[in-house]
Design a protein around this ligand. Structure first.
Ligand SMILES: [Zn+2]
Length: 208
């Protein structure tokens, strides 16, 4: 019995060490990807140390959502999707329409988005006041959503004047969603009343 218990314990330890090694490898790979993306875009090499935003690793699992406002496929983590659907349905019962504008975005996608803006003549400083650098966007986590409603154009500050925003301010927290970038936030990101992040139980599905 003692031998069997010891063997089981040893196996658990080996599995744990392998799990840690895999997590570290994933973490290092993610950092390498982010550093390469920054170098390709010309983002200063000290950005990662000086950035006020946290690093946002991509999740281990993503699932398809409904099509977004522009009829594009989107993805969220399973828990974020369940919370989003629960919140959207509760809002509908209160007479408030919420719809999805954008959800998961890869590091590659964020890089392409910034590269397009550079090509259009925007400076990196202008771009980084609106978009997080690759690796630092909450959209990488699969838990952040840009939301819209029927009586307001997409992704504009006037969203704060809608019934949808008032409803979110009062109810989103009950579903695990938080407004990420409030006005004059310390992270240096412009105010985004449409951007909410689910901070529920998806931490364990996020790669370290
Ligand atoms: Zn967003």
């Amino acid at each position: 019995m003692v031998l069997a218990a010891t063997s089981a314990c040893l196996q658990n330890t080996v599995e744990y060490v392998l799990w840690i090694a895999t997590a570290l490898t994933a973490s290092e790979l993610f950092l390498q990807q982010v550093r390469a993306a920054h170098a390709a875009l010309g983002i200063a090499s000290d950005y990662m140390q000086s950035c006020a935003l946290p690093l946002c690793p991509e999740p281990a699992q993503l699932v398809a959502t409904e099509l977004d406002y522009y009829q594009r496929p989107q993805q969220l983590t399973p828990a974020a999707l369940a919370a989003w659907h629960g919140m959207k349905q509760a809002a509908a019962r209160a007479g408030v329409t919420l719809f999805l504008i954008s959800a998961y975005r890869s590091v590659q996608c964020q890089s392409e988005l910034i590269a397009k803006k550079l090509q259009k003549g925007q400076t990196m400083q202008q771009i980084l006041s609106v978009n997080a650098a690759p690796g630092f966007s909450e959209h990488h986590t699969g838990r952040a959503l840009d939301m819209g409603t029927t009586d307001c154009p997409a992704l504009v500050e006037e969203f704060e004047n809608t019934n949808a925003f008032q409803w979110l301010e009062q109810n989103a927290m009950a579903f695990g969603f938080h407004l990420s970038y409030r006005r004059d936030n310390a992270m240096g990101i412009d105010y985004e009343p449409w951007h909410w992040c689910f901070q529920g139980q998806d931490q364990q599905s996020t790669q370290a």
